[in-house]
Design a protein around this ligand. Structure first.
Ligand code: HEC
Ligand code: HEC
Ligand code: HEC
Ligand code: HEC
Ligand code: HEC
Ligand code: HEC
Ligand code: HEC
Ligand code: HEC
Ligand code: HEC
Ligand code: HEC
Length: 311
């Protein structure tokens, strides 16, 4: 569709003089280049914005064949003639990318060129689009930063995702604040086909990218591991060791009522060192399931020991 649109604009431009001479259109009603003034005019009043634009990739690269290329500032802000003849000022018909504007209208300006950009293929599915977040919440072509970002990650993301920020400060966490893992290693903020905008077909496929050893294959599999890593782990941070959702033995006992191992949870009165009135617990034996069941993600060990994930 867009190619057709460009073609029709190209043809209009080509045959414009012909159309005029036949009296079919009057100049000024033309959709061609009318209303555009060029970046040099803008520079006169917006030196700073001009400089940041001139240094940016947008001044240096063009989408092959796009007629929007030659409009520089006005490829995003729209034709500036009305704004200029009003002597500049707010609300004079130039497109400002302000907070008050409709998110989709802002994004459409960018997508007029970026529709074909690979990372934006799933923008329409993204939770950001659906939540009314637009390109200019994260990017400013005037920012002077890599990727035109307004701020680098994770700070950019924390600005809106304070809960995630809190998690990454917990005792066990993916080293995001340490700079070893980035939000964008796991998520594409422009949307993906998967839920929560993760960069893989499933949670497990995402985890295997960096934790390949957990994929197996194992002779003895532990079914929940294969099903979803997040049955036991949280992705961002946890107050329990190893990003675990719950601490052991509760984690294991939520599924296992074991014959040889008592399954009831511990209480303040039923422990190894009970207060007066309590009883010494036999459950201590089973307390640290992991002391014995070390290969919790699966095992290739022989016989029943392997089968029970015991070393
Ligand atoms: C004659 C001086 C002048 C020229 C030429 C000019 N501007 Fe402006 N522009 C202004 C002034 C003054 C403001 C108001 C700034 C403010 O209040 O902070 C403004 C505001 C804007 C805004 C914000 C509008 C709003 O509604 O909030 C944008 C975007 C803008 N200019 C872009 C451009 C572009 C692009 C060009 C070239 C096509 C251009 N300007 C040419 C003087 C000018
Ligand atoms: C690739 C798209 C793009 C191009 C090209 C571009 N701008 Fe912008 N401009 C934006 C966006 C997006 C914002 C809002 C940035 C923000 O919120 O920080 C903006 C903000 C501005 C503002 C401030 C508007 C306000 O509300 O006060 C001015 C003025 C401006 N641009 C002028 C220019 C001029 C002059 C040029 C050319 C020299 C230019 N821009 C080129 C996208 C663009
Ligand atoms: C006139 C066409 C055009 C428009 C409109 C446009 N862009 Fe671009 N943009 C480009 C081109 C061309 C590149 C360079 C692409 C490449 O290298 O593959 C680019 C690159 C980028 C990059 C990558 C920067 C980098 O450092 O690699 C970002 C981010 C970006 N644009 C954001 C935006 C946003 C946000 C808007 C809307 C405010 C916008 N663009 C509007 C043409 C455009
Ligand atoms: C929630 C924040 C956010 C929003 C919203 C967002 N982006 Fe981005 N964008 C990023 C981040 C972060 C990167 C850097 C990606 C990386 O580090 O892998 C990026 C990278 C890019 C790139 C360069 C990478 C590439 O594929 O070439 C382009 C182009 C781009 N964004 C365009 C857009 C456009 C157009 C929109 C609106 C339709 C948009 N972005 C909306 C955060 C955002
Ligand atoms: C190691 C991979 C990884 C990293 C790094 C990561 N995430 Fe996530 N994130 C996930 C997974 C997996 C989910 C949950 C997916 C599901 O439930 O299906 C998720 C879910 C989310 C959600 C949805 C709400 C929720 O709590 O479930 C948000 C918002 C989010 N992440 C933001 C971020 C931000 C912001 C960063 C960077 C500070 C980040 N993530 C870093 C893997 C990651
Ligand atoms: C301008 C605010 C804003 C910024 C900046 C922002 N987000 Fe979001 N994000 C939202 C909103 C609003 C939602 C939808 C409601 C929610 O889940 O909190 C959302 C949702 C998400 C989700 C959940 C998607 C789902 O399907 O539930 C993920 C993952 C996410 N954002 C990641 C990121 C990452 C990564 C960054 C930084 C590159 C980022 N966000 C930056 C506002 C923002
Ligand atoms: C982009 C690479 C990457 C991805 C994807 C990834 N991780 Fe990690 N993970 C790391 C790094 C780096 C560490 C820190 C390793 C270290 O400290 O030795 C880590 C550590 C861990 C730890 C140990 C934490 C601790 O406190 O010792 C667990 C558990 C973990 N990841 C689970 C997951 C799960 C579950 C997923 C999928 C949702 C996942 N990881 C996806 C890179 C990744
Ligand atoms: C049945 C619960 C459970 C499931 C499901 C699970 N894990 Fe774990 N994981 C654990 C436990 C318990 C530990 C702590 C082991 C320890 O401290 O000895 C752990 C530790 C880890 C560690 C850090 C120590 C190490 O062995 O490298 C990583 C990384 C990890 N898990 C990744 C994953 C991935 C990736 C998946 C999904 C393929 C997954 N886990 C599924 C229970 C689980
Ligand atoms: C989400 C539920 C779930 C959680 C949580 C879970 N398991 Fe399992 N586990 C299973 C299932 C299902 C099987 C296979 C069915 C079976 O043989 O009982 C299994 C099998 C086992 C086996 C082998 C049993 C056998 O009879 O061969 C052991 C040992 C085991 N799990 C230990 C643990 C430990 C230790 C934990 C805590 C770190 C744990 N599991 C957490 C669901 C879970
Ligand atoms: C002192 C070492 C040890 C501890 C601690 C331990 N186990 Fe075991 N567990 C074993 C051994 C050895 C077997 C194999 C017994 C057999 O083959 O007859 C086993 C068998 C199992 C089985 C499969 C057989 C059955 O009884 O259903 C499950 C499930 C299991 N353990 C879960 C757990 C859980 C959950 C915990 C923590 C609450 C735990 N274990 C703590 C050593 C231990």
């Amino acid at each position: 569709m867009r190619k057709l649109f460009y073609l029709s604009r190209f043809l209009t431009a080509l045959f414009f003089p012909v159309l005029i001479s036949f009296g079919m259109v009057s100049p000024g009603s033309a959709q061609g280049d009318a209303g555009y003034v060029g970046a040099d005019v803008c520079k006169g009043c917006h030196e700073g914005y001009y400089e940041s634009y001139a240094r940016s990739i947008h001044a240096k690269k063009a989408i092959p064949g796009s007629p929007a290329n030659k409009h520089a500032c006005e490829s995003c802000h729209g034709p500036g003639a009305a704004h200029v003849s009003a002597g500049g000022g707010k609300g004079t018909g130039i497109f400002p990318f302000s907070r008050k504007q409709i998110a989709d209208e802002k994004a459409a300006r960018c997508l007029s060129c970026h529709e074909e950009t690979e990372h934006l293929a799933f923008w329409d599915l993204s939770m950001h689009k659906r939540a009314g977040v637009s390109c200019d919440n994260c990017h400013s072509p005037h920012s002077g930063r890599p990727e035109n970002l307004k701020m680098s990650t994770p700070g950019l993301c924390y600005g809106c995702h304070r809960d995630i920020n809190a998690m990454t400060n917990k005792q066990s966490h993916h080293p995001i604040n340490e700079g070893l893992v980035r939000c964008t290693d796991c998520h594409d903020p422009h949307g993906t086909f998967s839920s929560k905008m993760i960069k893989a077909d499933s949670v497990n496929e995402l985890c295997y990218k960096c934790h390949a050893d957990k994929r197996g294959p194992y002779m003895w599999e532990h079914p929940p591991v294969d099903e979803n890593c997040l049955i036991c782990h949280t992705p961002h941070g946890s107050n329990h060791n190893r990003l675990l959702d719950k601490k052991t033995p509760e984690l294991c006992q939520s599924c296992h009522e074991t014959r040889g191992h008592p399954g009831a949870p511990y209480t303040r009165f039923n422990t190894f060192n009970p207060p007066a009135g309590g009883t010494v617990s036999n459950k201590l034996v089973a307390r640290s399931c992991l002391n014995c069941h070390t290969n919790i993600h699966g095992s290739n060990g022989p016989s029943t020991h392997g089968k029970r994930f015991v070393r």
